[in-house]
Design a protein around this ligand. Structure first.
Ligand code: COI
Length: 355
C-alpha cells in the first residue's frame, strides 16, 4: 500500500559536520548530526515527509506552539553492536508514548510507519554519527509541535513532526544530589505530568534553579496536594532499594511512564527481587535513611540511564546514601542495560530492534 512513509524525499548535505562528533560526546545535546526528518500535518493528514540537512527552521512569530505550548517530544537512543549494526532499544514504546502525549495535548496521532520509517532512514543516512565508545550513544529526539499562525487559543490545525539526532556521552557526569521539593509542583492529578509535554519541563526549571543554588543537582518532586508522596526526580523516574525491596512510585497521571523504569522493574522481577510499585511517602524514605535501611536510590531515564543518587535533602537535612560501589542491584541493572543495548548479551525480552 502506498503510504506517506513510502515516499520520504531525501536531500543530502554536501557539507558533513561529522568531524564534530567527538566534541559532541563531551557536551550533551549540543552537536547535531547532519540530517533531520520532517513531516507536516494539515487538512487532517500528514504529508511532505522528507529528510533534509539539519538546519534552522523558519517560523511565523505567531506560531501557536510558541504561545500556547502544544509541543511534545520523545527521547530514544541508537547504539552500534560489534558488527557495526544499528540497534534501538524498545522503540515501539516511544511511538506509543508519543501518541499518548499527542492525545492529551489535542494533537494528531503519528502513524507508526511514518515515525518508524522516518527514523530508520534518518539513522541509515547518519549511521556514522552513532558513536561506539563505552557510555556513548546517538540520542534521538522525535518531537511534534503546532504550527498555526494564529493567536486565538484553540488546538492548532497544522503541526510539524520532526526527528533529529545528537551524539552523546552521559547526561549526569557524577552521582546526583537531590532535594525533596515540598513547595513547588511539577504536575497535579488531572494535569499533563504523564505526557512528555514541553511545558512540564518549563515548569520544573525555576524550582530546580533554586535547588541548584543550594548545591543540589535536581529535585525529587512530591505530590501536588500534600507534598507527602514521592513522584519522580528531575528528568528521571526514581527507584529505591529499602531493605531487600525495590520500591518505586506507581505511575499515575502526574508521573511519566518511563521506558527505562519499566525495563528495570521487569529485570528486577526476573532476577527475583521483591518489587513494590505503590505510593512512597517521603517519611518512609527518610526513616529508611535514618535506620540504615535505605540501601540504594537511583533515577532512570533514556538520557540519564541509571543515575545514582548520592544524597537527598529533606527540610534542611542532608541524608547521605551508601557508597556507589556497595549498590548491588543498580550496578547490576546498569551494566545489564548497557550490554543488552549494545548487543553484547542475548536479548531475551525482544527489546532490541536491529535496523
Ligand atoms: C530523556 O531521558 O530522554 C528525556 O527526555 C529527558 C530529557 C529532558 C533530557
Amino acid at each position: 500500500m502506498e503510504t506517506i512513509a513510502n515516499k520520504i524525499d531525501i536531500s543530502l548535505t554536501t557539507n558533513s559536520r561529522i568531524s564534530e562528533l567527538e566534541d559532541g560526546l563531551n557536551k550533551f545535546g549540543r552537536i547535531f548530526s547532519d540530517h533531520m526528518f520532517v513531516a507536516d500535518f494539515s487538512d487532517g493528514e500528514w504529508s511532505d515527509a522528507r529528510i533534509i540537512p539539519y538546519n534552522d527552521l523558519s517560523l511565523s512569530p505567531a506560531t501557536s506552539a510558541i504561545h500556547y505550548g502544544q509541543s511534545i517530544f520523545e527521547g530514544m537512543k541508537a547504539y552500534k553492536n560489534e558488527e557495526g549494526e544499528t540497534l534501538l532499544f524498545r522503540p515501539k514504546e516511544n511511538i506509543k508514548r508519543l501518541n499518548i502525549s499527542a492525545e492529551r495535548m489535542c494533537m494528531p496521532d503519528i502513524p507508526e510507519d511514518l515515525f518508524y520509517d522516518g527514523l530508520k532512514q534518518l539513522l541509515d543516512i547518519d549511521k556514522d554519527w552513532i558513536p561506539s565508545a563505552k557510555d556513548t550513544s546517538l540520542y534521538i529526539r522525535p518531537f511534534m509541535f503546532s504550527t498555526d499562525s494564529y493567536i486565538g487559543v484553540k488546538p492548532s490545525d497544522k503541526y510539524k513532526f520532526m526527528i533529529f539526532t545528537t551524539p552523546v556521552g552521559g547526561y549526569y557526569t557524577e552521582p546526583v544530589k537531590v532535594k525533596v521539593e515540598t513547595h513547588y509542583t511539577r504536575s497535579a492529578n488531572g494535569g499533563v505530568g504523564f505526557a512528555k509535554a514541553a511545558g512540564n519541563y518549563a515548569a520544573s526549571l525555576y524550582p530546580a534553579k533554586l535547588a541548584q543554588k543550594e548545591g543540589y543537582h535536581q529535585l525529587i518532586w512530591t505530590d501536588a496536594k500534600e507534598h507527602k508522596y514521592i513522584e519522580e526526580s528531575g528528568t528521571m523516574n526514581i527507584i529505591f532499594v529499602i531493605g531487600d525491596k525495590l520500591i518505586t512510585p506507581s505511575t499515575s497521571d502526574s508521573i511519566l511512564d518511563g521506558i527505562t523504569r519499566d525495563s528495570v522493574l521487569i529485570l528486577a522481577r526476573d532476577w527475583g527481587y521483591n518489587v513494590e510499585e505503590r505510593k512512597v511517602s517521603v517519611d518512609e524514605v527518610v526513616e529508611a535513611a535514618k535506620s540504615g535501611n535505605l540501601k540504594e536510590a537511583f533515577g532512570t531515564g533514556t538520557a540519564a540511564t541509571i543515575a545514582q543518587i548520592s544524597l537527598f535533602n529533606h527540610k534542611g537535612f542532608d541524608y547521605e546514601l551508601p557508597s556507589i560501589e556497595s549498590r548491588e542491584f543498580s550496578n547490576q541493572v546498569s551494566l545489564y542495560l548497557q550490554e543488552i543495548k549494545r548487543g553484547k548479551i542475548q536479548d531475551t525480552h525482544g527489546w532490541i530492534v536491529k535496523l
